[in-house]
Design a protein around this ligand. Structure first.
Ligand code: MN
Length: 163
């Protein structure tokens, strides 16, 4: 199944200024964090992987303090061109509110396993090379969480490594 199916289903054409998700262009391991002032303010961390942006909503935002473990709820894959999106999603639409680019850059995976393999294992390690976020991070999936039976949502922790 096209991993953008859920993204498109939540965003009917002609109602939101968000990208429709065109053809995926060859990637460069980009990452982006968007500050999303929706019903609840959160920060969306997105990592480019296999032609889409793997996405997590981080309510408190990423932290550079290794002592912080930030809840990160995985959300539906987003199209690559979403990484450049800033704007206001109108009332009545999914995720209504203002989106601004908070940080962007590139990342590199750590370890020998592919990103897909690391995601499936529930632990993905990567080094961010952004403006605000730099250094080694890990996303660890929580085994028991309230979204366990949901189609795409799952709870992870975003933790900065000491480096
Ligand atoms: Mn969001």
């Amino acid at each position: 199944m096209d991993s953008l199916t859920e993204y498109k289903r939540k965003r009917p054409p002609g109602q939101s200024p968000e990208p429709r998700g065109g053809r995926a262009t060859k990637g460069k391991n980009s990452f982006v964090v968007q500050r999303h002032d929706a019903t609840r303010l959160h920060y969306d961390l997105r990592l480019e992987l296999d032609g889409v942006l793997k996405s997590w909503a981080v309510p408190k935002g990423p932290s550079l303090n290794p002592a912080d473990k930030r809840l990160a709820v995985q959300t539906e894959d987003h199209p690559l061109d979403y990484g450049g999106f800033e704007g206001t999603i109108p009332e009545g639409n999914y995720g209504a509110g203002e989106v601004i680019l908070w940080d962007k850059g590139t990342y590199s995976l750590e370890g020998k396993a592919s990103g897909k393999e690391q995601l499936e294992r529930g632990e993905i390690k990567f080094v961010l090379n952004g403006h605000k976020l730099r250094g080694s991070f890990v996303l660890v999936k929580l085994r028991n969480n309230k979204y366990a039976n949901s189609f795409s949502k799952s709870e992870w922790l975003l933790i900065k490594h000491r480096d």
